[in-house]
Ligand binder design. Structure first.
Ligand code: NAI
Ligand code: MG
Length: 326
C-alpha cells in the first residue's frame, strides 16, 4: 500500500533538515508518495497568509505529514496543522545518545503533552491599555483521551506506569480537572501513576532524570519541560516529536527555524530524521523506523557531527553518513 506523505519544510533550517529526512526516507525505498507543500513566514510575505488552505487540506486528508519549522508565524502554522490532524497528543522523547556531550547522559524519557487546549486555545484578550487576559481551557474529554493514549503507550512500551505533571495545588479547577481525569482513566485501566508538581519536576529532572520515564503534561508545561529536557540531552537539534490524531499524524522536530544558523547548512538533522522514524513506526514500518534510529545513533556516536554537538560537519555530511549506515 502506498502512503501519501505531505512534506512541509517551512522556514529557516526547516528548509535544510526536512529535505535531509526525506533523503533518508527515499533511500529506504518504501512505497511512499511525497507531496511538498508550503507554509511559513516566506509564504506570508508572498501571499498574505502563512498557512495556505491547500496545505491545511493536504495535512487534514493525508496519513502523515512531515513538518520542518516555521519562524515568526509558528503559531499560525503549527497550531492549525495540529488541528488539521486532530492531534490530541504530542509525543516528545528526550534521549541522550552515546557519544553526544549531554549535560545528563543518563536521560531517557518521553513527554506526552496534551496538544489541543490549556493556555494554547487562543482565548486571549486585550481588555484595556493596562489589562490583558488569557482563558485556560481544560476538558475532561481531552484529558481522558490523552490518558487513554498514555496507558496504551506504557503498556506497549513495557513501562511500569507514568508521571502526571501538573500544578493543581494552584490551578485547582483546571489542573485539578486534568489530574483527576488522567488519574481516574489510569486507575480504571490498572496503570500506575505518580503525581509531580510541574515546577518541582523541572528541578528533579535536572538533578536526576532517571527518576522519570513517561511524563504526561498539560500543553504549556509539556512545551516548556521538553525544551528543558532538550538542554539535558545535547540541545534542540536532538528532540523529535509526533503529533498523533485518531486517523493521521504530523511529525516534526521540536526546534524552530533557528534564524541564527539558517542558510549555513550546519543544522543538526537528527531531530527531524528521528521524527521521520517515528512517522515510519506510526505507519506500521517498525523495522525501518528502528533501522533509521540505529543509523542515527551510530552516526551520533562516531561522527560526523554538526557544530551544535561540537563537530564541524554540515547537515549534508551527517545525512550522507546516516544513509551510508543504512
Ligand atoms: P529555535 O529552536 O529555532 O532555536 C533555538 C536555538 O537552538 C538556536 O540557537 C538554534 O540555533 C538552536 N537550534 C535549534 N535547532 C537546531 C538544530 N537542528 N541544529 C542546531 N542548532 C539548533 O528557537 P527560537 O530561536 O526560540 O525561535 C526561532 C524561530 O523559530 C522563532 O521565529 C519561533 O517563532 C520559531 N519556532 C518555531 C517552532 C515550530 O515551527 N514548531 C518551534 C519553536 C520556535
Ligand atoms: Mg516549543
Amino acid at each position: 500500500m502506498t502512503h501519501e506523505i505531505v512534506v512541509i519544510p517551512g522556514d529557516g533550517i526547516g528548509q535544510e533538515v526536512t529535505p535531509a529526512a526525506v533523503r533518508v526516507l527515499e533511500f529506504l525505498d518504501l512505497a511512499f508518495e511525497f507531496h511538498e507543500a508550503d507554509a511559513g513566514d516566506h509564504v506570508l510575505a508572498e501571499t498574505g497568509e502563512a498557512l495556505p488552505e491547500e496545505t491545511y487540506e493536504l495535512a487534514a486528508s493525508t496519513d502523515a505529514t512531515l513538518f520542518g519549522a516555521a519562524g515568526e508565524t509558528a503559531a499560525d502554522v503549527i497550531l492549525p496543522l495540529r488541528t488539521a490532524v486532530d492531534s490530541f497528543v504530542n509525543v516528545r522523547p528526550a534521549t541522550a545518545y552515546p557519544g553526544v556531550d549531554a549535560l545528563r547522559p543518563e536521560t531517557d524519557l518521553v513527554f506526552l503533552r496534551e496538544n489541543t487546549e490549556g493556555v494554547y486555545s487562543g482565548h486571549e484578550d486585550r481588555l484595556s491599555d493596562d489589562l490583558s487576559t488569557l482563558t485556560r481551557v481544560v476538558t475532561s474529554s481531552a484529558s481522558e483521551r490523552l490518558a487513554e493514549f498514555a496507558c496504551e503507550f506504557v503498556e506497549d512500551g513495557g513501562y511500569d506506569g507514568f508521571h502526571v505533571a501538573h500544578k493543581a495545588n494552584v490551578m485547582r479547577e483546571t489542573d485539578g480537572r486534568f489530574r483527576d481525569s488522567v488519574v481516574s482513566v489510569a486507575e480504571e485501566r490498572g496503570v500506575e501513576t505518580e503525581e509531580v508538581l510541574m515546577d518541582a519536576f523541572a528541578t528533579h529532572v535536572c538533578l536526576d532524570p532517571t527518576q522519570f520515564d513517561v511524563v504526561v503534561c498539560p500543553n504549556l508545561a509539556g512545551d516548556v519541560l521538553s525544551d528543558l529536557a532538550a538542554g539535558l540531552v545535547g540541545g534542540l537539534g536532538m528532540l523529535p516529536s509526533a503529533n498523533i490524531g485518531p486517523d493521521r499524524g504530523l511529525f516534526e522536530p521540536v526546534h524552530g527555524s533557528a534564524p541564527d544558523i539558517a542558510g549555513e547548512g550546519v543544522a543538526n538533522p537528527a531531530a527531524t530524521i528521528v521524527s521521520a522514524a517515528m512517522m515510519l513506526e506510526y505507519l506500521g514500518h517498525d523495522d525501518e523506523g528502528q533501522r533509521i534510529r540505529d543509523a542515527v545513533e551510530a552516526v551520533l556516536e562516531d561522527g560526523p557531527r554538526t557544530p551544535d554537538l561540537g563537530g564541524d560537519a554540515s547537515t549534508e555530511d551527517v545525512t550522507d553518513a546516516v544513509i551510508e549506515r543504512l
